[in-house]
Design a protein around this ligand. Structure first.
Ligand code: CMC
Length: 426
């Protein structure tokens, strides 16, 4: 709701720009009137631009607060199951017991993937990165659900969300099994969401006595919850932008997976472990820190565009990390190395002055490694978990009128010049 106006004067002309307040956080200045001014706004990296209104997730980077539908992330991670959080993201609030049972049942019904989809895997090299496979196979889902999918139909949108959340663990585990040369495991619908994923990852058909581990299952579920949504981050914005053209939602999610893959975003959890491998031992930490300060490398798992105090997800992750390592009796030298890095970084003026704190990916990599998940699967797990957030944003966008996302630019290329025939070019 417009509260009062800001004024902008350009070339002697004054423009009234409405200030709009949300329920929490900074108000925004509606700059639509710039259209008449002869200027565009310029904001590389969208550092100060809010292209959407949303009711799903709120982040206060200064306070280190993350709320999904109003619920604090630590309360959700410590008390709710990931699928309840997914329900809240999709539907506006946590489910009642009845809604929960119904939603979980629907998810269970949709865990298998079309048998023909298996063939797609065979087209990949065995050493293909599982994120490359995920971009391909999730995109391929659009071919299975296209002709009869009408994005303007609410029921169709709803079933799309269910299918995606249900099938992501199956596809993620298949991408791992393929890399191992092991047969795909069918989902077991007597297992819960996290158990089922771990089963499809680690069981084999020969393994008749597959045993679940409650500590690992709970840690996995928490990792899913902590990665479920994060408002308008790069991959979510990608899903929204692709969705704004009316594109097939499975293709939009594949676009989100592609955006997530980069080391500045979801790829950071994998990059943290690679960095720890590169450093090797605690003695090498000071030398590595010098490289960071001379901007030769970044300290992966540190820093965040929005959190400038602490990442609330990292706090829960650190506790979970301690629990898992203790329960599994793991004494990993990598952990010692990670803790040494964390200590130095938290005390060093370079990091303090720039508000660089450990983010969620700093600890998630260590837990995943302890569970036995290979490094190349870390970002796949992030993608699996973030699917509930991506599709919630896609649903939110489609539930009201929206415009195609089409940014402007500051052009600094050649001005108009005449065409020169090839024989006359110098
Ligand atoms: N190591 C060393 N210096 C850093 C780091 C880092 N990880 N992150 C930022 N800086 C420095 C940066 O060089 C700059 O210094 P200066 O002002 O002297 O040039 C200053 O801090 C501000 O950095 P920025 O690049 O303007 O910050 P940003 O908001 O554009 O980037 C970020 C945020 C997450 C991309 C960045 O902090 C980074 O690359 N971190 C490492 C990768 C990482 O862990 N990403 C996971 C983010 S959490 C999971 C997710 O949401 O995807």
């Amino acid at each position: 709701m417009a509260d009062t106006n800001a004024k902008l004067t350009v070339n002697g002309e004054e423009y009234e720009l409405p200030i709009i307040k949300g329920t929490l956080g900074r108000p925004v200045i509606d700059i639509a009137a710039l259209q008449e001014s002869g200027f565009w706004s310029y904001d590389p990296g969208f550092k100060v631009t809010a292209p959407v209104e949303s009711k799903i997730t709120y982040i206060d980077g200064g306070k280190g607060e993350l709320l999904h539908r109003g619920y604090p992330i630590d309360e959700l991670a410590n008390n709710a199951e990931y699928l309840e959080v997914a329900y809240a993201l999709l539907h506006g609030g946590l489910p009642t017991a009845e809604q929960k049972a119904e939603f979980f049942e629907k998810i269970r019904e949709h865990t298998p993937v079309h048998d023909q989809l298996r063939k797609f895997f065979e087209g990949f090299r065995r050493d293909a990165h599982p994120m490359a496979i995920m971009v391909g196979v999730v995109g391929a889902l659009s071919a299975f659900y296209h002709e009869d999918l009408d994005v303007s139909n609410e029921e169709h949108r709803e079933i799309t969300a269910i299918r995606l959340i249900a099938k992501m663990p199956t596809l993620a585990a298949m991408s791992y099994k393929y890399s191992q040369g092991e047969p795909f495991m069918y989902p077991r619908n007597d297992f819960n969401y996290a158990e089922n994923f771990l089963y499809m990852m680690f069981a084999t058909p020969a393994d008749v006595d597959y045993e679940k581990n409650d500590v690992i299952t709970r840690a996995m579920d928490k990792i899913f919850t902590l990665h479920a949504d994060h408002e308008q981050n790069a991959s979510t914005s990608t899903v929204r932008l692709a969705g704004s053209t009316g594109a097939n939602p499975y293709a939009c999610i594949a676009a989100g997976i592609a955006a997530l893959w980069g080391p500045s975003h979801g790829g950071a959890n994998e990059a943290v472990l690679e960095m720890l491998d590169e450093i090797g031992t605690v003695e090498n930490v000071p030398e590595f820190m010098e490289k960071v300060k001379s901007r030769e490398v970044k300290l992966m798992g540190f820093g965040h565009r929005v959190y400038k105090n602490f990442d609330p997800r990292a706090q829960v992750m650190k506790e979970t990390c301690d629990e898992v390592l203790e329960a599994l009796g793991i004494n990993d030298p990598k952990l010692e190395l990670a803790m040494a890095l964390e200590k130095i970084a938290l005390e060093d003026p370079f990091f303090i002055e720039r508000n660089l704190y450990p983010n969620v990916d700093f600890y998630s990599g260590i837990i995943l490694k302890a569970i036995g998940i290979p490094t190349s699967m870390f970002t796949v797990i992030f993608a699996l978990a973030r699917t509930s957030g991506w599709i919630s944003h896609w649903l939110e966008m489609h539930s009201a009128p929206f415009k195609i996302g089409r940014p402007r630019q500051l052009y600094t290329g050649e001005t108009r010049r005449d065409f020169v025939k090839v024989e006359d070019r110098k």
